[in-house]
Design a protein around this ligand. Structure first.
Ligand code: ZN
Length: 269
């Protein structure tokens, strides 16, 4: 099932993978408004579907954005409130790249942002909400894993080099404590640099949908692109041998979260 903005692949398990940023699509009116730098869509979460190909045996539902985050950022509060008040970030409709380079030829007005919310933001969230409801209907609960990646060095956003694995649970609010604990313990067993609720604590998707009291356990994984790309620059080539260790780590962490969520939900019923 594919529309212009989002593709949904249904699975039979309680796991939902949300991929809000792997898209590179640009509707014609958006491509025409971007400047040359913007049209490079450099802040893409590259090759998410390929990276998470190992999850096939877990039968996840995958909700994947087709359009670039430069159209509108599906992981930002649609009211425009910053995810990280007081810190540099990019907006609901980004005005710049992560590095701070302007991406539009002219300033966008409020009416244009409202238009994009209706045309490009809402369809992704309608699809994701529908899949969460469907999976909860089948299993009684779901584990929502929000998939992200980012360059490991972006001085405007964070100091130094980002750890490879950055788990976010909105500081523990977006999933049951036992699910967070299982994910962190599994992550600790991996030979990769890591942090939980560091610079990235989970964006709007994790915060909005993660409601453990309503049987939705949401976790965000922000990954340093250097862990699976040949280079953190164009052409953003996937490095399969390099990705193997990362995929093995992700597999262990996701399975731990799934196991803990199943146990937690069993204990409540
Ligand atoms: Zn992302």
């Amino acid at each position: 099932m594919t529309t212009n903005t989002v593709s949904v692949t249904r699975g039979s398990s309680p796991l939902i993978l949300s991929m809000p940023h792997p898209g590179t699509g640009l509707p014609p009116e958006i491509a025409a408004a971007l400047n040359e730098r913007g049209r490079l869509v450099e802040d893409t979460d590259w090759h998410m579907r390929q990276l998470y190909g190992f999850t096939e045996r877990l039968a996840p539902t995958v909700v994947e954005a087709q359009l670039s985050r430069f159209v509108i950022d599906l992981n930002r509060d649609p009211s425009g409130v910053s995810l990280y008040p007081g810190q540099a970030t990019t907006e609901l409709v980004p005005t710049t790249t992560f590095d701070g380079a302007p991406i539009w030829q002219a300033t966008l007005d409020g009416a244009e942002i409202e238009r994009r919310k209706a045309a490009y933001f809402q369809p992704y969230h309608d699809a994701l909400s529908a899949e969460i409801a469907r999976v909860k209907g089948e299993h009684g609960y779901c584990v929502l894993w929000d998939c992200h990646s980012i360059k490991s060095v972006i001085p405007r956003l964070f100091a130094g080099t980002l750890p490879t694995l950055n788990l976010g649970t909105n500081s523990g609010a977006s999933c049951a404590p036992s699910v967070e604990a299982a994910a962190i313990a599994a992550m600790a067993g991996q030979p990769l640099t890591q942090i939980a609720n560091g610079r990235f604590k989970g964006g709007w998707i994790t915060r909005h949908y993660g409601r453990p009291s309503e049987h939705v356990h949401a976790l965000q994984m922000e990954i340093a692109l250097s862990a699976y790309l040949a280079d953190e620059t164009a052409p953003w080539a996937f490095d399969a041998p390099k990705a193997t260790q990362l995929q093995s780590a992700l597999s262990a962490i996701i399975e731990a979260a799934l196991g803990a969520a199943a146990a937690f939900e069993r204990s409540r019923s």
